[in-house]
Design a protein around this ligand. Sequence first.
Ligand code: FAD
Length: 431
Amino acid sequence: PISICWLRRDLRLDDSAALYYALKSGQPVLPLFIFDRAILDPLADRHDRRVSFIHQQLHQLQKQLTQMGSTLLVYYDEPIAVWKQVLQTFSVAAVYTNTDYETYAKQRDQRVQELLKEAGIQLHTYKDQAIFDTNEVLTGSKTPYSVFGAYQRKWKDTLTDFYVRSYPTESYFHHFHKRTAQPIPSLESMNFQEVKEDFPATQVPKEVLENYAKNRDKPALHGTTELSIHLRFGTISIRHLVQQAQAQGERFLTELIWRDFYFQILDHFPHVEHKPFRPAYEAIPWLNRSEDIERWQQGMTGYPLVDAGMRQLNQVGWMHNRARLNAASFCIKHLLIDWRIGEAYFAEKLRDYDLSANNGNWQWVAGSGNDASPFFRVFNPISQAKKFDPKEEYIRQWVPEYGTPDYPKPIIEHGFARQRAIDTYRKALRP
Ligand code: FAD
């Protein structure tokens, strides 16, 4: 019999908890990945960067595994159907996997676990994508934190070397099951087209981390790590990154703590996926004008920082955090578009789209989330641009017609929009 290590958002062979325990168990191990039809088939854009990225990554894993005389198993189907097939093909001793905190994933894993159990096979799950599991950083009364500041303090107090220690999978690589390489379904066979693009490197230049606190808010610079796609798909280990952050930057560490924070929010408060964290915010009467939605999505609002961000998103599938904040705020507050509409657009376009972080940040900007800034604080996209892009370099990079007659006039006047947002929120939230 063999053991199977089911890879999901942990597409690497180094420092992975599930893979480590699978290899160490002594049974020969085969790693498996499923292109889940339930997720992929409904995607409207068949030219999806994330699917290309995963595909690329799987080919790299396959290369590493074939060098060791082993193989990756890759299927394109619904997970239950795949597991039924796997159980018919192999004699499986146990299945190892890393925890996923999204509701869909939890339900999927539950169903697979039941199927395996009927066959007398255990599913072993491990914490891997976060430093702390969602029940490891709790308040004194053992409840989850809903405020970031307090969570962050407890997170730091709880952290010891133990939590960032790497899992030395390489010591057990000889335990991969020996088998001829199995084919990986082509993108075409799944009805996708390849996005030919260089994705960011996993190695971050030392200067980026050293100057992170100083440069992270300047969208024209390469001031952040751009590791988000790797963190999303587990092509780097969070433990490795926290070790680096401890050595090089407190500010950077804070961002990684936000990431853990939103995993635990989504896990403990799954209603946030569709509803405001604070129920009172359900009462806001959004305008949702289709012309506004369209102009916001296309980066044609006439507010250059917002437009630069949206065009960066549309063109490369990534947006600088400062621009994300402004673009989201403009969508919600200036145009009174339901945050869920903006959130869904980001979800479709972001190469680093992560339900927990995207939802948490959208709700933060909307004011309905955790630790959210008070609703009467409305980002001013003009002064934000002056402060964070003073030479208009970011703006000109993404909005080449800025300053010419071709650039649209502001879709709405800032002062008017600000007051309207405050009045609308105040009225809706009145007890
Ligand atoms: P860096 O500044 O180098 O940060 C390193 C890592 O820390 C990031 O890769 C990310 O994993 C984590 N991180 C940083 N900021 C945050 C944050 N505010 N919340 C949670 N984790 C954070 N991040 C996503 O990973 N996926 C999303 O879908 C996403 N949607 C967002 C939507 C909005 C409206 C906003 C305002 C922010 C969103 N973020 C999201 C957070 C943040 O903008 C990105 O993580 C960051 O811009 C990615 O670039 P980077 O890797 O260079 O970040």
